[in-house]
Design a protein around this ligand. Structure first.
Ligand code: NAP
Length: 338
């Protein structure tokens, strides 16, 4: 698995990491042994970067990663967690005292004295303009509670504000074939500034795998059921903010484009380049991306996603098709919202 430096952390991480929201909650239940198996399969396939958050399963995802780390101390893992959603997301809650409390809980869950990377978890826009917030984060680095900090953002303008802060090591943002706006300014600016980009939701919550039809339903406790219209959190996190039925049609076109690459390369076995693999590989192949963090629910998904790290360049024709699909199906509803 190819490694890249994750921005100002200076740490080397696999170009395909693992998102572990699925190991906590909001996607229906995953047993602890299945969750550990996903971590194991990913690590065996060369994944060295795990993304989690203190709210995924109210600490369950962090705790499972902590167990895995403790049992595999020899692995060169980087764990990124997030904080800021255990209280209301109002600027007054982003204080040094709260940061300390949240970080201490994550240190305990993850069994780490110094956290590798802590990201503000989609804070309100006003937080990006607060020097006190970033001074507090610098203090925690100085104290050795965290080695680095970054921000997980909803919008491109927030990403640009975060990148302009001198000690922000990384920015996590939704970037996939159905969310192309980061290509315009965010990726080039991050590259110039040496800030890492962690690309999340690379499969548009699974849509880009091409597995769903308009009749597909999800479990009641899965956010793809309960947050379709942004009822619980930003709708951009669910199917990337794309209307489900439109997304299913666009995903079919995406799958056709992947089939053309397979045909052109004589890849007779579909497994060699599935739409999911191509969607993840395409993200890793965009300049400025440090790592991509697909969520996986089982070991087959984890292995297949890691294998996307070795897909050879998809090429200009495929790239043009991705932009064409975006322009035809997605741009009007999505481009200016995030
Ligand atoms: N605010 C934030 O900071 C924030 C928000 C969202 C996500 N994240 C992070 O980003 C990570 C990734 O985003 P995400 O999990 O929301 O979305 P995603 O990676 O775009 O989609 C994950 C879903 O795609 C499907 N899938 C995964 N691998 C597959 C494969 N090989 N073949 C077919 N289908 C596959 C699975 O759907 P099924 O469940 O239908 O099998 C899985 O649940 C999260 O786990 C989390 O760590 C952060």
């Amino acid at each position: 698995m190819q490694q890249r430096i994750l921005g100002r952390t200076g740490r080397s991480v696999s170009i395909v990491g693992l998102g572990t929201w699925q190991l906590g909650a909001d996607w229906g239940s995953v047993s602890e042994s299945d969750a550990l198996a996903v971590l194991e399969a990913s690590a065996e396939a060369g994944v060295t970067f795990f993304d989690t958050a203190d709210v995924y399963g109210d600490g369950r995802s962090e705790t499972i990663i902590g167990r895995f780390r403790a049992a595999n101390a020899e692995l060169p893992l980087t764990v990124a967690t997030k904080m800021g959603r255990r209280l209301d997301q109002v600027p007054e809650n982003y204080t040094l005292a709260n940061f300390r409390e949240w970080i201490d809980r994550s240190r305990s869950n993850l069994r780490m004295d110094t956290l590798d990377l802590v990201q503000l978890h989609c804070p309100p826009t006003a937080v990006y303009s607060s020097d006190e917030v970033f001074d507090a984060l610098d203090t925690l680095v100085g104290e050795g509670a965290i080695a680095n900090y970054g921000v997980s953002v909803e919008r491109c303008d927030e990403a640009l504000k975060a990148i302009a802060r001198p000690n922000v090591a990384s920015v996590q943002i939704i970037f996939n074939a159905f969310r192309l706006k980061p290509l315009e300014k965010v990726l080039p600016t991050a590259l110039d500034a040496g800030v890492g980009i962690i690309a999340r939701v690379p499969l548009a919550s699974g849509l880009l795998s091409g597995r769903y039809t308009k009749d597909t339903t999800f479990a009641p406790q899965d956010h793809r059921t309960f947050n379709r219209h942004g009822e619980a959190f930003d709708v951009g996190e669910t199917f990337s903010g794309v209307d489900f039925e439109v997304g299913v049609e666009a995903a079919q076109r995406f799958a056709d484009a992947v089939a053309s690459v397979r045909d052109a390369r004589g890849l007779d076995c579909v497994d060699k380049l599935t739409p999911a693999k191509a969607a993840i590989a395409w993200v890793t192949q965009q300049p400025g991306v440090s790592t991509v963090i697909p969520g996986a629910r089982n070991i087959d998904q984890a292995r297949s996603n890691a294998a996307a790290g070795s897909v050879e360049a998809l090429g200009d024709e495929f790239d043009a098709e991705v932009h064409g699909i975006y322009d035809e199906y997605i741009r009007a509803d999505v481009h200016d919202r995030w």
